[in-house]
Design a protein around this ligand. Structure first.
Ligand code: F6R
Length: 253
């Protein structure tokens, strides 16, 4: 595990974008696992700059997103499909047919989960998986549970996740209670994982996830078993790790 400390969100985003750009340079036809949420927005902006000003090309990449809200169509402004389109896909040269997300409008959960798992298998797995972490330690929408999930599933979001994500909706009641999420297994089977974390309110859960017991009650703790894990955090999010495990942290210039 490599942990990079950035003094602010911009530097964290730049470092994470450099790692993602390196992956695409190394393997232009990479399968990229992507995340939504507030944390990767700066990284997506930085990648758009790399594409526009420095010719970084995603034309051979394929992308798979971690999750989607049940009930929201791809053109709903709060859907993750819409987010990805706005924040990244429309700003780079990725082929639209090579971008995949769960279909939030499919009410047949079994069929949708099987479809997404078959898709992941047909892509041959993920080369680099980008992750954020929830306040309760979730990755994707794999919420704390009695055991680690395997395949794609429909999940009832916890109160803490609904509360955290309701900020993106006009009214909290509009926030869907269910989502489709990739399971833990394909996430941790990715050949490389890049975790981005920002904000002091994540400091405690991040330290627990990376240095506490490996337990499905903190889903991100499974990342301790991943051979190629890169963590890019800004000062607030890394504060607990810096005070307890400073020798393991690399400071970015
Ligand atoms: C998003 C996702 C979630 C987020 C997590 C952190 O696709 O899978 O696990 O990464 O909830 O979200 P932010 O970055 O908004 O704090």
């Amino acid at each position: 595990m490599r942990i990079y400390y950035a003094e602010n969100y911009e530097k964290m985003s730049r470092k994470a974008a450099d790692i993602l750009a390196a992956q695409v340079t190394l393997k232009p036809d990479s399968v990229l696992g992507l995340a939504t949420g507030a944390t990767p927005v700066g990284l997506y902006r930085a990648l758009a700059v790399d594409h526009r000003e420095h010719g970084l090309s995603f034309s051979k990449c394929r992308t798979v997103n971690l999750d989607e809200y049940c009930g929201l169509a791809a053109d709903h402004p709060q859907s993750y499909a819409y987010f990805m389109q706005k924040m990244l896909f429309s700003n780079i040269d990725i082929c639209p047919e090579h971008t995949y997300l769960p279909d939030g409008k499919n009410i047949d959960a079994d069929a949708e989960c099987q479809r997404y798992d078959a898709l992941l298998a047909s892509l041959g797995g993920i080369d680099l998986q980008l992750l954020g972490i929830g306040h309760n330690g979730h990755i994707g929408f794999n919420e704390p549970a009695a055991c680690f999930s395997t395949g794609t599933h429909r999940i009832r979001l916890t109160e803490s996740t609904i509360h955290a994500n309701a900020r993106f909706f006009v009214r909290e009641e509009e926030m869907p209670e269910y989502a489709y999420t990739m399971g833990i297994r394909p996430i941790v089977q990715a050949r490389r994982i890049l975790l981005v974390v920002s904000g002091a309110e994540k400091a405690e859960i991040l330290e627990q996830a990376l240095f506490g017991p490996v337990t499905p009650h903190v889903p991100a703790s499974i990342l301790q078993l991943v051979p190629d894990l890169i963590v890019c955090g800004e000062a607030g999010a890394l504060s607990d790790i810096c005070s307890k495990h400073s020798a393991l942290v690399t400071n970015l210039p």
